[in-house]
Design a protein around this ligand. Structure first.
Ligand code: NAD
Length: 344
């Protein structure tokens, strides 16, 4: 019988792509989302790709009664991939309590319910923000955790500590913490992708929205950094590659491939790409010149960070493989699809 995986935040950006990957690998997927940052239409997109409609329940992970009722209604869940969280760095500075409540209470509820319902594995979405401004690149998992520069970043650090302490206490669960670098792109079918509500916080949706005429120009925050072209450097990882890492991580837990009860992996390509380089590649693959302006640095931005993904490459047998050109083509195709559907 197919193993059952609960994906919280499964109608969101990374969650929806991961649902597709899990279904295609033969898992039975159930989704919980409160739709605070996603649309129910995503379920249709997933279904069009895989031909399988996942179970969906609109539940808020901070609602313990709602969560318990979910587990009672759907017994036999083997593992949870916990994406559900608020994720805007800027918003978290303005609304810290919302971030602490949502991101921390959600995890506490899940951890409390796991042993009660005999759920063995948890894959958790963390972020390279836990490293702050690295002393050196590429950065590996043993690099020091720096004081968080935003409440959002702090919730990820606290979440990691909560999982560590809980497992240390002897909780009967196993967990893999995945520290994402910068996920971009969309499913190649353009049936699902990133759907920012309001002004995008992330670079690629801002680029595609500018290219299609929704935004007049892209602001490049600073070209006076200590990098070859002066713009910030990131490790942009294709969302499908990132999603596949969740599948491998879940397999690893459920097949007991490791004696460790908690493991941490960086998920990146291992290659740093500057903001200007990314713009140039986008222009090349779309054949469209992009309107951009260099403006002042943005407070809190890290100068340069990219992953050392060797541990994930070796231990998980996973590698980010999609060329940047292909990833940006998928992001553009998704933007065109949104226009075609009259969404934006
Ligand atoms: P997203 O906002 O697209 O997806 C998150 C989903 O969770 C949304 O559908 C939202 O409606 C839902 N959600 C939020 N709070 C909830 C709650 N209390 N109960 C139920 N559902 C809730 O974000 P994403 O980009 O897909 O990110 C997924 C995870 O990955 C998040 O934990 C995020 O912090 C983490 N992450 C994202 C990035 C990135 O650049 N996108 C980088 C590092 C880490």
């Amino acid at each position: 019988m197919a193993k059952k995986i609960l994906v919280t935040g499964g109608t969101g950006y990374i969650g929806s792509h991961t649902v597709v990957v899990l279904q295609e690998a033969g898992y039975e997927v159930l989704i919980i989302d409160n739709l605070s940052n996603s649309s129910i239409d995503v379920i249709e997109g997933i279904t069009r790709i895989t031909g399988i409609r996942p179970v969906f329940e609109k539940v808020d992970c901070t609602d313990m009664d709602g969560m318990r009722a979910f587990f009672e209604k759907y017994p036999g869940i083997d593992g949870i991939i916990h994406f559900a969280a608020s994720k805007s760095v800027n918003e978290s500075v303005r609304k810290p309590l919302l971030y602490y409540r949502n991101n921390i209470v959600s995890l506490l509820n899940i951890l409390e319910l796991m042993p009660e319902f005999n759920v063995k594995g948890l894959v958790f979405s963390s972020s390279c923000t836990v490293y702050g401004e690295p002393d050196k690149n590429p950065i590996d998992e043993d690099a020091p955790i720096k004081p968080a520069t935003s409440p959002y970043g702090n919730t990820k650090q606290i979440n990691e500590e909560i999982i560590r302490d809980y497992i240390h206490s002897g909780a009967p669960i196993k967990s893999i913490i995945l520290r994402y670098f910068n996920p971009i792109g969309a499913h190649p079918s353009a049936e699902i992708g990133e759907l920012p509500i309001g002004e995008p916080q992330n670079l690629v949706p801002y680029i595609t929205q500018t290219a299609i005429g929704i935004r007049p120009y892209l602001k490049v925050f600073g070209n006076d950094y200590n990098t070859p072209d002066g713009t910030c450097i990131r490790d942009f990882i294709d969302v499908m590659d990132l999603s596949r890492a969740h599948l491998v991580a879940m397999d690893r837990i459920l097949e007991d491939k490791s004696d460790e009860k908690m493991e941490i992996f960086n998920l990146g390509t291992g290659r740093g790409v500057s903001v200007m380089e990314l713009i140039r590649v986008f222009e090349k693959v779309t054949g469209k010149p992009l309107n951009y302006q260099i403006v002042g640095r943005r407070e809190g931005d890290i100068e340069q960070i990219w992953a050392n993904p060797e541990k994930a490459n070796k231990v998980l047998g996973w590698k980010a493989e999609t060329p940047l050109e292909e990833t940006l083509t998928s992001a553009w195709k998704w933007q065109l699809k949104l226009r075609e559907r009259g969404i934006m």
